[in-house]
Every structure is written in C-alpha cells, then in structure tokens.
Design a protein around this ligand. Structure first.
Ligand code: HEC
Ligand code: HEC
Length: 505
C-alpha cells in the first residue's frame, strides 16, 4: 500500500508534473489547487464510522451514476450527466457495439470483414448486457471467454522489445496472441478450449464447508499443428463495461500514490503500477484496463478487441486479417472487408470513436441498501479484514478528464487498479507487460452485486472459476492471503454480512 516515493521506474516520465512530497504521498496531483487537494484528501480518507452510510456513497459513479434500478438493463444506461448531443453518439456507439459483423465478400458491405479467424461476431456477444462473461457451462458455448497465448522471449531483440514495452507479450508463432475458436466458412477454427475442474474442500470457521473448483486449461482440435512448447494459456472472461470512462479519468498520480512495489510499509501488500504504450502516440502511460492492466485507455482496449476478438481492422489497429500469423497462409489469402472508397480499414473512423464513447459512458448503478445494518456491518468487516488494501473504496477524478461529465467526480470503484501477486493457485504463468505470471489487476467491485440480475450467473475472477462471491474471496492468496484468512476465520454471521455488503455494490 501507500508509501513515500513509491514510483515504479519509468513512470517518472508520466508524472513529470508531480512533485514527491515528504508528507507521505509519493506523488501529488497536478490538476488541483492546494485548496481542492485538501478537500479531495478529506473526502477520500477511509471512513471509520460504520454506523451510517457516508455522504454520496449511494452514487458510486458520482454524477454519472445510473438511477435506472436493479434489473436486467442495470449496466446498459448512459451516464445521466452527458449532453443531449453526446446521448446521440452513445446510441450510435451502442448500435456498433451490438452490430453483428459478417464475412467478406458480402452484399452488406458496411458490415463485412469478420475474421477470418475470430472469437465472436460482436462486442455484445461477449460483454452480454454490458456485463460479465462466463466460462462455458455444460452445453453453453465458450464465446464470452477466451485464451490469450504468449511465450517467453528467445532472442535479445525480443527481450528488448518487451523491455521497451513495444509489445506487451510475444505471440505463439503459429496461433498468434489469442486462440480463435471460430473461423469464416472454408477456413478451420484454431481449436477448442478445454477446461477440467478438480474440486477441493475448504472448511471455514463455524464448520461450513465450501467446494472450490481448480481449473486446468488445454486446447483440443488444434487445426494448425502444435502450439509452441513454451506458449502459455491465459484464460480471461469478458469484464463488465460500466464506469470505464470514470476509471480513465482517475488521476494517474492517485493510483501511483497507492503503489508500494517493494512493500516498504511492510503490510504484506505491495501493488505495482502497470505501464502500457498509448497505441496512437507511443507514449508510456499507466495501464488500467484488462485483467493484467495491459491497456492504458478504453480506446486502445477496444481497438485490440476489434482486431483480436472479431477480426475487424480500425485505424488504430489496422490488422484486417485479425490475429492471423504469417504461418496461417489460408487465412491471409482470404478476402478482407476493406473498401477503398471508405478508407483503408474495415471499420474506418468514426466507428472506433463511437464505440469508445459508448464504452466510456456506461453508468455504474446506484448502490442499494446503503443504510441497512447488515450492509454497514459487512462494510466494516471489508475494511477490517484488509480488503481495502487493494479494493480502494473511493477516488475523486481529475479535473482534466477528457469529458467534463467525468471530471472531478467522487467515485467508488473499490479498486487501486494496481497489479498484485495473488498466489500460485490463481496464477496463469503468463507475463504481460509489467505483470508477471502471478499478478492480476485489482478488478473494480462496483456493480458486482447485480451480476446475477444482469447476467444470470455468479461466476467471478479472471476465468470465472468462482461460482459465488464466497468462493472468489477464498481463492485470494499471495498478497491477499491475510485478508482471505481473516474472512475464513470470521464467524458465519460476519461472513454473511460481508457478502451482503458486496451484494449492495
Ligand atoms: C470474444 C469475446 C469478446 C469480444 C467479442 C469483445 N470483448 Fe472486450 N473483453 C473480452 C475479454 C475476455 C476481456 C478481458 C481481456 C483481458 O484482460 O485480456 C475484455 C475486456 C474489454 C475491455 C476492458 C474492460 C476493463 O474493465 O478493463 C474493454 C473496454 C472492452 N473489452 C471493449 C470491447 C469492445 C469495444 C469490443 C468490440 C469491438 C469488445 N470488447 C469485444 C472479451 C471480448
Ligand atoms: C492484495 C490485493 C487484494 C486484497 C487484499 C483483496 N483483493 Fe479481492 N481481488 C484482488 C485481485 C487482484 C483480484 C482479481 C483476481 C483474479 O481474477 O484472479 C480480486 C478479485 C476479487 C473479487 C472478484 C472480482 C471479479 O470481478 O471477479 C472479489 C469479489 C474480491 N476480490 C473481494 C475481496 C474481498 C472481500 C477481500 C477482503 C477479504 C479482498 N478481495 C481482498 C486483489 C485483492
């Protein structure tokens, strides 16, 4: 957690305006006057009064909170404080987010270019109801979850490309950076993700037994020969889409101030800032998005999704053949959806602008039951068990946010957006950018209590292995071991209260 001068090397560039103060904060925000800074510090100080809700706690997304209500559309609302003109862009973006792309050549020319290899035909196929993906269950398909592929460097050139962050990981020589389990007609899909689970029992204080299922991943029906023996598989479910513009608007200095990569304060929780290159400018920025914080912006993550997940090129990621590698010659011989009269990509401007705008303006839902006694008790346990060491309750966003709707808002994402080692059990063994094979970004928890309502399931963690919030907590290890143990040792009523608190988010 917080420590003086806890700056990850290389990030100094990014916070050149920030002056480390000896007062205890590593870096100071450049967007605030001293008076504002004092106000922000006071309002974001962790509470110690659990007798009632905090002011504005109900509005987790500040003025951008949706008051729509707890139903299936709870994650699909635009932030209520955007302008009428922006509302129109949001609607156009929504249409593109749900649009089903088709293979080329096609008579519907503005919608073709799918694949040739792909995981899904639209953004919404994975980000179902703008919510969370899930692992395949029984006959249900694997659409909203996929395997990222990466291998360690071999040559000095590869090593230095990784060190410079010119690439975040190295692809499998044949299969590329991701396993595509679908292909356009006439082409073979790459293979099928296979998951086997081993059940193990965990006994909690009071005698309750919880079964945890430990997954093992492999690929069946590999259509293009073997995977490289050093290639690792990293399973990922689609993240919920709410509040992403607000996350992007958090001042980098506030996230950096929480980092303590060498655990100077000795609390067992370190927290490392991830760096990523901005796709358009090449600048090194703070990584915030994806399970390993491998992207600096919603736009960069979205451009990658167009190319990698759907096989659609955009000006920011002009791979019309998606994730096909030079070894996949049949894939590269196929038709693309590029039409010279529209531009040199399948989805020319303003497609990416509109989809990005949509993705940045989906509103976090209002909290429920904030004054409920059990919720308040659970909140206290959340603080006392050490959950807030990583799941940072609140921030006030930057005054310099791209969009004024997201500027200077008190928000409650419950994340520090840093990388943490969560232990061997959760490890994927895949290094991506600054994240090692045991590290994950703390995911925001806002909206998590509506997962069942919106998505009809309660699968959590990066690969959806947890079938409930209780299981998700019990999988925490590494830096979170003490917090997990505190939860397991709590009496059953207290554990229930903590879960009730999470369900109110
Ligand atoms: C095949 C399923 C799939 C499709 C299609 C898909 N996504 Fe995703 N999305 C994911 C997964 C899985 C992740 C997590 C990726 C990771 O951590 O590597 C993700 C992450 C994201 C994130 C980051 C969210 C966060 O909290 O960090 C954004 C933004 C995003 N996707 C936008 C899009 C957009 C826009 C599209 C359409 C162009 C799209 N996605 C299409 C599966 C998908
Ligand atoms: C050391 C940092 C750390 C601490 C302490 C910590 N967490 Fe987490 N938490 C994480 C990370 C990182 C993940 C993502 C792990 C993964 O997906 O494999 C996570 C995931 C979760 C999830 C699932 C989120 C999702 O979107 O799937 C829940 C729920 C959660 N934590 C609750 C808690 C609670 C409750 C506590 C306290 C008992 C706690 N965490 C303590 C870092 C932490």
């Amino acid at each position: 957690m917080k420590a003086p001068f806890a700056l990850a090397t290389g990030l100094a560039l990014l916070v050149s305006t920030a002056i480390p103060s000896s007062a205890g904060d590593g870096v100071v925000r450049g967007d605030l006057s001293p008076k504002d800074l004092a106000r922000v510090r006071a309002v974001t100080k962790p509470t110690s009064d659990f007798s009632k809700a905090e002011p504005f706690e109900i509005r987790q997304g500040g003025a951008g909170t949706s008051q729509h209500g707890a139903n299936r559309d709870a994650f699909s609302q635009f932030a209520p404080n955007i302008t009428f003109a922006e509302e129109q862009d949001f609607k156009l973006g929504n249409a593109l987010f749900t649009k089903l792309w088709v293979s080329s050549p096609s008579s519907t020319q503005a919608s073709d270019g799918l694949g040739p290899l792909f995981n899904a035909r639209s953004c919404q196929s994975c980000h179902v109801k703008d919510g969370r993906g899930h692992p395949p269950e029984g006959d249900r398909d694997a659409t909203s979850m996929f395997l990222r592929l990466a291998r360690p460097p071999v040559t000095p050139e590869e090593r230095s490309k990784l060190e410079r962050l010119d690439v975040m990981s190295l692809p499998d020589p044949v299969y590329g950076g991701q396993l595509q389990d679908q292909a356009v007609p006439g082409l073979s899909a790459e293979g099928r993700m296979v998951i086997t689970y081993d059940e193990r029992a965990v006994t909690l204080a009071g005698g309750e037994t919880i079964m945890l299922r430990k997954p093992t991943y492999s690929v069946a029906e590999l259509a293009y020969g073997p995977l490289d023996p050093t290639t690792t598989l990293s399973p990922r479910i689609a993240n919920p889409m709410i509040g992403l513009g607000l996350i992007e608007a958090i001042a980098a200095e506030d996230i950096l101030a929480l980092a303590d990569p060498n655990d100077h304060d000795g609390d067992g929780v370190s927290g490392k800032a991830a760096r990523a290159r901005d796709h358009r400018t090449g600048e090194i920025k703070l990584g915030r998005f994806g399970w390993k914080a491998q992207n600096a912006s919603v736009r960069d993550q979205s451009a990658n999704a167009f190319a990698g997940d759907i096989g659609i090129s955009t000006p920011d990621d002009p791979r019309s053949f998606g994730d096909c590698t030079p070894q996949q010659t049949a894939c590269l011989a196929g038709a693309t959806g590029v039409q010279a009269r529209l531009g040199d990509t399948e989805a020319p401007d303003p497609v990416l602008d509109l989809v990005t705008f949509y993705a940045k303006n989906l509103a976090p839902p209002a909290r429920r039951d904030v004054e409920d006694a059990e919720v308040l008790r659970g909140k206290q346990l959340f603080y006392e068990s050490g959950c807030t060491a990583c799941h940072t309750p609140k921030f006030v966003t930057s005054r310099k946010a791209d969009n004024q709707a997201q500027a200077f808002q008190l928000i409650w994402p419950y994340s520090d957006f840093l990388l943490h080692d969560l232990g061997e059990d959760l490890a994927d063994g895949q290094a991506v950018g600054d994240a090692t094979g045991t590290e994950w970004r703390t995911p925001p928890l806002w909206g998590i209590g509506l997962t069942k309502t919106v998505n009809g399931h309660t699968f959590f963690l990066h690969d959806g292995r947890a079938r409930s919030l209780t299981e998700a907590i019990l999988w925490h290890g590494g830096e979170a071991q003490a917090a997990r143990d505190a939860f397991a040792a709590a009496n059953p009523e207290d554990r229930k209260a903590l879960i009730t608190f999470l369900e109110s988010l």
